[in-house]
Design a protein around this ligand. Sequence first.
Ligand code: XIL
Length: 449
Amino acid sequence: MTIPRKGRFAMLSAAVAGVVVAASVAVTGSAEAATTLGASAAQTGRYFGAATSAFKLSDTPYMTILNREFTSLVPENDMKWDATEPQQGRFTYTNGDRLVSHAQSRGMTVRGHALLWHAQQPAWAQSLSGAALRSAAINHVTQVATHFRGKIHSWDVVNEAFADGGSGGRRDSNLQRTGNDWIEAAFRAARAADPGARLCYNDYNTDGINAKSTGIYNMVRDFKARGVPIDCVGLQSHLGTTLDSTYQQNIQRFADLGVDVQITELDVQQGGNQAGIFAAVTRACLAVARCTGITVWGVRDSDSWRTGQNPLLFDANGNKKAAYTAVLDALNAGGPTTPSSPPPSSPPPSPAPGGCTAALTLNSWNGGYTATVRVTAGTSAVSGWSVGVAVPAGGAVTNTWNATNTGASGQVTFRNVGYNGQIAAGGSTEFGFQGTGTGPAATPACTAA
Ligand code: XIL
């Protein structure tokens, strides 16, 4: 379905709410289900995010939900071209920076949205064309990606460049009129500016196998064949009251090209089977190893751009809707790891007399990973344990479950939480963490208390 765009929200400046110290997410053991979207998704190696805006940072009831539930955020408007380069060559990053710094303080990852798009261009860009527009656009990509370098998990480098309807071709726009190679030029510039960010092509009406998604599929296949840097495809998934029966198949065919897929702007019109559609989208993502995360386009219905459609997981009062429970249940049923997890990076431990051993399994992608650590007691029971992990330089731990961590980079120590300190002789327990950069390679050291 096509969603009419409403006028963009006025961007209000707001004082950043008091800095909150990042807390590790401790969830209950495998016998009990995780109780937040983020923790539950993390157990499958995925993130669960929400679109937000700097002006929301001072909305306490809103922030309570954002901080509790989500492990990723994306600026709904604050990193768009009109917001970041209102006059040519004059860049304003204040609101984007606020959101990044909030995310970092909470251990959330950030999706960057969007470097180039036909909509929400500043007036000066709208009036350019030809070579002048091309060079302004590439400069925009370079400047913005450089400013946020190292802080963005995934960038929507190009947004909505394909036409609706049956053509499977490009949308007409001032950018398209600079030449069909504008998209690959943007991806190359983004890679050069921030080599650590995953680079995504993002679009809507791609919620199944159709002419538009096939046009995008052919472009991605061509990019992969020619070495144009692209790492992911974003399926916005602004949904109506039905879900295409080929939704999962479509995710799978992109994954099979060797790119990740992310559900980037999920919202579902209320009035049909809203909870069922949210759950089906979640299950479809979980079923494909390279579908690495889901982002909903807002938190409460009252925050949504789809005024009156109540398309989100929380009602205007911040209460969890049936759709929330459906998504959480689907995530919790999703299993602990993706089927493509690489084999353990260290050999299985041999029993340690009196002490404990730890074995770490990684599920890595370009720029991040989740680690599962199995702690095994030796010939006697332990009543508490700590595990030392060497986190490679340049990366950091962003999220932990079933343990608490001291430090996030360099040498990081994980300690048991209340319910998993006791391990019987020869028995074991698991904890996990998520990190940026390259995953730890060495076998972690385990110390029994
Ligand atoms: C929307 C925002 O939610 C609104 O606040 C703004 O007025 C218009 O843009 N596809 C996209 C998003 O990629 O950037 C759009 O966001 C929704 C559709």
